[in-house]
Design a protein around this ligand. Structure first.
Ligand SMILES: [Zn+2]
Length: 135
């Protein structure tokens, strides 16, 4: 028997059930509340509008559904629509070019020199402006 997916509106959850093909579109009782769950098509999954945009997998594993994929957590904080960090991994920060690294090194070098000068002249550098690494 094929496995079909059903959605329980009162639990806002999705569950799977093995059904004979001819009974696939009949409602299936929800494993949690025993109310009728209606069949959802895998193709309509992404377009399916769930309450809050997510549906739980029943029995509840603590996961959520996002764009038809199972994810461990809801989106927190700002997110682009139709994306989820667990589905679309955030891009790694762009690698610094050779020129950028040289500029960075030069800055560090000058900062170090400045610090040496300040120490040599007995001026205490102001704490507030110092990065942690130089304290
Ligand atoms: Zn239910």
């Amino acid at each position: 028997m094929p496995l079909y997916e059903y959605y329980c509106e009162s639990c806002d959850g999705i569950f799977e059930a093995l059904r004979p093909m001819r009974e696939a579109s009949d409602p299936v009782p929800c494993p949690v509340c025993d109310r009728d769950g209606r069949r959802i098509m895998p193709t309509s999954f992404a377009a399916f509008t769930f309450r809050e945009g997510y549906a739980r997998r029943l029995p509840d594993k603590g996961t959520y559904w996002h764009l038809g994929k199972e994810v461990k957590s809801r989106i927190r904080g700002p997110a682009r629509p139709f994306e989820h960090p667990e589905i679309n991994k955030p891009k790694p920060p762009p690698r610094k070019s050779k020129g950028d690294r040289e500029v960075e090194r030069e800055k560090q070098h000058l900062r170090g020199k400045e610090m040496q000068k300040m120490r040599a002249s007995g001026v205490r550098p102001s704490k507030a402006r110092l990065p942690k690494s130089l304290k």
